[in-house]
Design a protein around this ligand. Structure first.
Ligand SMILES: [Zn+2]
Length: 484
């Protein structure tokens, strides 16, 4: 649709990009920007660099036109004249998060008769990710792929704030799905056709879903690889070992969704969810030989795993905390907020029968064993389920849960930064703090290495050297998650 205002926005933007940083005050992003100088020094700050190394104290980072020009001890740091110097004593800087299981849709409340209904978060998804420090995000399964692509283009053109997106194609799903918005594949040829079409439309990754058949999955993997693109899966009909042997690049969620150890598993079909989950809670030994063999098989095939602890936590009775939910409340439409509270209350009521507390422990143990075996673990918040986890807020919660799982805060940050960058083959540009890297940085109050909850206190998010104000980004979403 043509619109005059869109024309003026684009014309304005051209001026900005030609003139660079000097013109940023005239950019459509100006209302969300707190620091826009071309050269900025972050002085006397603690640095957690994303490699898993221990924090470095009293550092100075100089940002120059979107890149990290230098990083090192404040004593003796060279700061060019004309630099905007920010004294950040009491603050910590870590790399912009690389969210590897994110979505641009929100599960709308109150439509159970149509299964899950995902409404596109046109206006709210991207700013909420950026506000929380997520500067790169994979959409990991799209309900509206054209909408996701257009949100990405709007951000890339400097019209709206948000992370750099790796847009994933529509869910590659077999028949029988509980999401009526998806195209059910009719066989391997359809899987190939669908992948080819969306690769040409501009998506840069793919995701297979629960009811895909083994033949369709194999065809989708081969077609994605023929385009030089990677493919992940939230699988059910196909087990992790079988998918690794087929050549899949990544598996979502972890052992909680792997059906291969279920005694009632029939080849190529997805069993109803309660029985396998109950059996896993009752019997599965994550350190036993069969699971360890699967882990070693994933590592040998270079299959990455994405941790999504935050989306599972919402099914643990009385979790996440009301304090956490209150941080999200202002962004939701009232119906979404009510629906979240009702579902949370229902889960608490049936706490005696809950199996998620046990499954969470097993999942955490699986993630530790996978990393110990040399596996590449990444993370994302998966803002779906019954709607209690919003973009960005959920990523911060997921960092805290990785620490609950037994990782050090430095490791949790590495899982959320360098590891995702490695998978996306962008490690030379993003994911760690080093001279020459893109200036994607999160500034928080406090010390996440001592108390990981400091990641909730974001002061500035730098994306390519431009500093965004998280409070203004969150404010721009007020009362709109659930409708746009
Ligand atoms: Zn998901």
């Amino acid at each position: 649709m043509y619109s005059l205002s869109a024309f003026f926005a684009t014309a304005c933007l051209t001026t900005v990009s030609l003139a660079g940083f000097a013109q940023i005050s005239k950019s459509p992003l100006a209302p969300y920007i707190s620091v826009s100088d071309p050269v900025i020094a972050l002085t006397h700050v603690e640095v957690i660099d994303g490699t898993g190394a221990a924090p470095a104290m009293d550092q100075t980072i100089v940002l120059d036109h979107g890149k990290i020009a230098s990083v090192g001890p404040s004593a003796g740091a060279r700061i060019p004249s004309g630099t905007n110097v920010l004294d950040l004593r009491g603050h910590t800087v870590y790399p912009g998060l690389v969210g590897m299981h994110e979505h641009l849709f929100y599960v709308e409340p109150g439509r159970a008769q149509y299964g899950l209904v995902g409404g596109e978060m046109f206006q709210t998804g991207a700013p909420l990710y950026l506000a929380a420090g997520v500067t790169t995000a994979r959409t990991t399964g799209s309900i509206e792929p054209y909408a996701d692509l257009n949100v990405k283009r709007s951000i890339d053109s400097g019209l709206t704030p948000g992370p750099d997106f790796d847009v994933t194609g529509p869910y590659l799903e077999g028949p029988g799905s509980f999401i009526h918005q998806l195209h059910p594949l009719s066989g391997p040829a359809d899987a190939t056709r669908t992948v080819n079409y969306w690769a040409e439309e501009g998506v840069t990754s793919f995701k297979a879903y629960m009811f895909i058949t083994p033949d369709e999955l194999k065809a989708a993997i081969d077609a994605a690889h023929a385009h030089g693109l990677k493919i992940t899966g939230h699988l059910c009909s196909v087990g992790f070992t079988q998918a690794a042997d087929m050549g899949i690049d990544n598996l979502e969620h972890g052992i909680i969704v792997d059906t291969e150890f279920y005694s009632g598993k029939k080849a190529g079909t997805c069993p109803a969810s309660r029985a396998p989950a109950q059996e896993m809670a009752d019997k599965l030994d994550v350190t036993g030989e069969p699971v360890m063999a699967m882990i070693h098989d994933l590592v040998a095939h270079h299959v990455a795993v994405t941790s999504t602890l935050a989306v599972f936590e919402m099914s643990v009775p009385n979790h996440p905390s009301m304090d956490f939910l209150m941080r999200e409340k202002g962004s939701m439409i009232p119906q979404a907020w009510t629906s979240v509270l009702e579902t949370r209350a229902l889960i608490a009521e049936h706490a005696d029968k809950a199996i998620m507390p046990v499954l969470m422990k097993k999942e955490m143990q699986f993630e530790r064993e996978f990393v110990a075996a040399g596996g590449l673990l990444m993370a994302g918040c998966d803002p779906t389920g019954y709607g209690a986890i919003l973009p960005g807020f959920g990523d911060q919660r997921n960092l805290e849960l990785l620490v609950d799982a037994g990782f050090t805060p430095e490791q949790a940050i590495q899982i959320y930064t360098q590891n995702g960058a490695k998978y996306l083959r962008r490690e030379d540009r993003i994911g760690t703090i080093a001279t020459g890297k893109q200036a994607d940085l999160v500034v928080v109050t406090g010390d996440p290495a001592k108390d990981i909850s400091a990641v909730e206190h974001v002061d500035i998010v730098f994306k390519k050297g431009v500093g965004f104000d998280p409070a203004k980004l969150v404010e721009s979403t007020r009362g709109m998650v659930g409708i746009r």
